[in-house]
Design a protein around this ligand. Sequence first.
Ligand code: ATP
Length: 349
Amino acid sequence: MAEIQLRNVGKRWGSFVGVDNFDLTIADKEFLVLLGPSGCGKTTTMRMIAGLEDVTEGEILIGGKVVNELEPKDRDVSMVFQSYALYPNMNVYENIRFPLRVRGIDQSTHDEKVRRASAMVELDDFLHRKPAELSGGQRQRVALARAIVREPNVFLMDEPLSNLDAKLRVSTRAQIKNLSHELAVTTIYVTHDQIEAMTLADRVVVMKGGVVQQVGSPTDIYDKPANAFVASFIGSPAMNLMDGAMSGGTFTAPNVKITGLNAPDGPLTLGYRAEDASLASDGNGQINAPIYTLELLGDATMISVRVGDALVSVKADKTYRAEIGDMVSISVPNEICHLFNANDGARIG
Ligand code: ATP
């Protein structure tokens, strides 16, 4: 049983706040992803859980026990970093076996444990190789096997895929997902890649400037972002956001007029997702503007137009063709609109 509780956890260096008032319970066997831009406090949060960084305030509990004062080695957590730090003079077998040796685990069990862990990451045929004789993806899998072999209660993974090329990242991501299903161990995974977060997580924590912005399932966060920052961080492409003004239920911005909305008069940030909108015939849409750019994506054509300072887009059929500068009309029905406070970005509808 490895439920993790963070009770109002904070980290400060002098007056600089790295992580502020982080309060969350991570369920036993849950796969939790910490997501946010560089410097938002993800790694610091993870390092506090691992015991590599002191907590300035609050408490961390693992399996119901306060661990603030426990050494990393006594917390029963296993970490995988982006730099996988394998021992170059040991072969794959010895690298995977290493945690068992340093922890004094009964030698007679080593062989079975190493072979089981290496089979899980499909490295059975590489056990005799040295790290220098492996590809980046294979090395990362050795690091994963080394984390698995200890059979910890908690996995902590800090951007484990970031050193891999795009294709390998996708296949290794799938492997981590499958592995986590098989192992059913509480996992905290740090990334700034929203696709990794969406595909791997049971729940995602979106962070900014050391502060948690939203906690929820990938669908919650995609469908109902708590604020404009989360909306702009999730989705591929990210949500289109336009600054404009509300008056008597009508939102206006350059080239935009959307009626029948429920928001108070005054400045407003309105968002919609490119895939929810469509091209309207006969100028019937709510956005009418010349095409700024047109991108062929293979499965669709992405059309972007300018609204004030912002570029907003619509996904059209893959066969759609037009020229830059041609007028288009984009249909943005009320039910696909996300409304955010123009000052603090908070969701209002
Ligand atoms: P990245 O994705 O770039 O790894 P991150 O979200 O993991 O970023 P952290 O490494 O947690 O960010 O850092 C959070 C903030 O705390 C950053 O602004 C960083 O500069 C600062 N920070 C980290 N370690 C220290 C330290 N030892 N002393 C002072 N400030 C620090």
